[in-house]
Every structure is written in structure tokens, then in C-alpha cells.
Design a protein around this ligand. Structure first.
Ligand SMILES: C[S@@+](CC[C@H](N)C(=O)[O-])C[C@H]1O[C@@H](n2cnc3c(N)ncnc32)[C@H](O)[C@@H]1O
Length: 274
């Protein structure tokens, strides 16, 4: 882990071989408009940050693309197997950009990971404070060593507060919470995810809530009533949102039911893992 330079502030630019591969395959190079910190390789405890080369991938709702210089946050499990907890992949970025777009006021993020969401939320003018709740001290230490906050303008970095606590227990000490974003899971739409978000919201009482993989959870609930893309689909999605009992973020420019349909299609084309 480098301690002297500040790689997190370098601008994102794809490697030349990525552009050549994309041209040969007739697919785009994944080039997000978001802030993409340049994480140095490093490790703390069972966690490791590892930079990747050029590869093929697909998004949470978009099709195949070429990726370049993505970084993975890996954790070695008790049986020695490495699990990917977060990355700068198209799937991760697309599945969390709605959270970044709609964060506002005092935003609480459950689960630090690489701090990609926290950094991008802090850059939003609509956000004045980002409280990040992370239970694992090794993740917090790895994030500090990557100097992600040093790569932000001081006005954005100053909005971020890191708290070591269990997301399922944590309660805001004072100021009300405007937006709660939860992402504490290894896999998309884990069976307990909705119940865990409901538990967090019982403690946090945020004005609006969004969670990672929400579209897949709502899609599965709505599918009991209607087929994706059919005329009764939007009502089935509305009912699913209502049945969660949560003040969920459920709006997009092209319509949230349409986004859920795209996510269901794209995720059936790939395994529902990080
Ligand atoms: C998938 S990562 C979050 C990725 C993050 N959205 C980002 O932008 O990098 C999940 C994080 O949640 C943390 N976590 C898991 N269970 C937790 C819990 N009960 N309370 C707090 N943090 C938890 C993990 O240690 C991990 O850092």
C-alpha cells in the first residue's frame, strides 16, 4: 500500500488496449461519469484491494462492455476462498447510481466497502452530510490507507463521517436522516435483505430509503401479480413498494417499473453475484 502519493485523485482513463478490444467486439468501453477513485493495491486483515486489467463485463441494466482498470475489494473467507465484496464494475456502478443521484441532506450509508458510494454522495451539492456505518475495523483501515477522501475537494471530504457500528443496531444520535442507503451484503437481493432494511429503518427513521438490489427484490414481489413489461406491471410494482412499508425511492426519468424490467432482464443474463 502506497502511503506517499495520492492516487485516488487521478482521473479515470481507459487503457489503450481496452479501446482496441471494444472496437474489435463492437461494444462500448465502460466509461462512467462518476468519480472513480484510483485505489492502490493493499491489504488489511482478511481484506484486499486489487486492481484488474482489461476485461469483458455487463451492467446492472445495460449490455456487454469492455472494462479497464477496475478495482476489486476482496475478503478471504474462513475456508480460504476469496469473495468479491465490491468493485468498480459496471454492475456495481449502475446498481448504486440511483442512490448517488437521489441522496440529499443528511444521508446515512450502511456499509463502507470501498467508499465509492460515500465519495460520490459527498460530491452531490444536494448532500450536506454523509454518515457511513461500517462494522469492520479492517475495512475502515483499508479505506483510510487508500486515501479516497483526500482525492475529493475539501468541501466534499468534510461532509463524510465514518462510524464503526453494526448497521442493524445503529441509531442516529441527533440530527434527523433525510436519505438512508443500505448495502451490507455480499450478494444481490439476499433473502434477508428486505427484513434487514426494515430493521435499519426502524432505528433510523429516514425520510427516504433505498437499498442495493432493491429492483430485484421489488421485481420478485411484483412478479407474483404481473409479468414484467405488461400493462398491469406498473401497478404491481406500486403495490410491491407499498407492501414493503418503507418510504422507498422509486422514481426514475424513464419510469421505475421500466428500470426494474431492464434489471430483471440483464440480471437473468448473469449470475446475481458481485
Ligand atoms: C458491499 S460492501 C459496500 C460497498 C459500498 N456500497 C461501496 O460503495 O463501496 C458491504 C460493506 O458492509 C459491511 N457490513 C456488512 N455487514 C454489516 C453490518 N451488519 N453493519 C455494518 N457494516 C456491515 C461490510 O464489512 C462491507 O464493508
Amino acid at each position: 500500500m502506497s502511503a506517499s502519493l495520492n492516487p485516488s485523485s487521478l482521473p479515470f482513463s481507459p487503457q489503450p488496449s481496452a479501446t482496441a478490444l471494444a472496437q474489435a467486439l463492437g461494444v462500448p468501453v465502460f466509461a462512467p461519469q462518476w468519480h472513480m477513485p484510483q485505489y492502490p493495491d493493499g491489504a488489511v486483515g482478511p481484506w484486499q484491494m486489487k486492481r484488474m486489467g482489461v476485461g469483458m463485463d455487463r451492467g446492472y441494466y445495460s449490455g456487454p462492455c469492455v472494462t479497464s482498470g477496475s478495482t476489486l475489494l476482496l475478503r478471504q473467507g474462513s475456508e480460504g476462498r476469496w469473495e468479491t465484496w465490491m468493485s468498480l464494475s459496471p454492475m456495481e456502478v449502475e446498481s448504486q447510481e440511483l442512490a448517488c443521484h437521489h441522496a440529499r441532506g443528511h444521508t446515512v450509508v450502511m456499509g463502507l466497502g470501498m467508499g465509492w458510494v460515500a465519495a460520490n454522495m459527498a460530491l452531490q451539492p444536494s448532500v450536506n452530510r454523509v454518515t457511513v456505518v461500517e462494522r469492520d475495523g479492517d475495512v475502515l483501515e483499508l479505506f483510510r490507507r487508500c486515501r479516497v477522501l483526500e482525492g475529493l475537494p475539501q468541501s466534499a471530504a468534510a461532509k463524510v463521517e465514518l462510524v464503526q457500528a453494526d448497521a442493524l443496531q445503529w441509531q442516529p444520535p441527533g440530527a434527523p436522516v433525510d436519505f438512508l442507503y443500505a448495502d451490507i451484503w455480499l450478494h444481490l437481493a439476499e433473502p434477508q435483505a428486505l427484513a434487514e432494511v426494515q430493521r435499519m429503518q426502524a432505528n433510523v427513521r429516514a425520510a427516504q430509503v433505498y437499498f442495493w438490489g432493491q429492483e430485484l427484490v421489488l421485481g420478485a414481489m411484483a412478479r407474483v401479480q404481473a409479468e414484467p413489461g405488461t400493462p398491469p406491471w406498473p401497478d404491481a410494482v406500486d403495490r410491491a413498494v407499498h407492501d414493503t412499508g418503507l418510504p422507498l425511492l422509486a422514481q426514475t426519468e424513464a419510469g421505475y417499473p421500466h428500470l426494474i424490467t431492464r434489471v430483471l432482464e440483464s440480471c437473468s443474463a448473469r449470475a446475481a453475484v458481485r
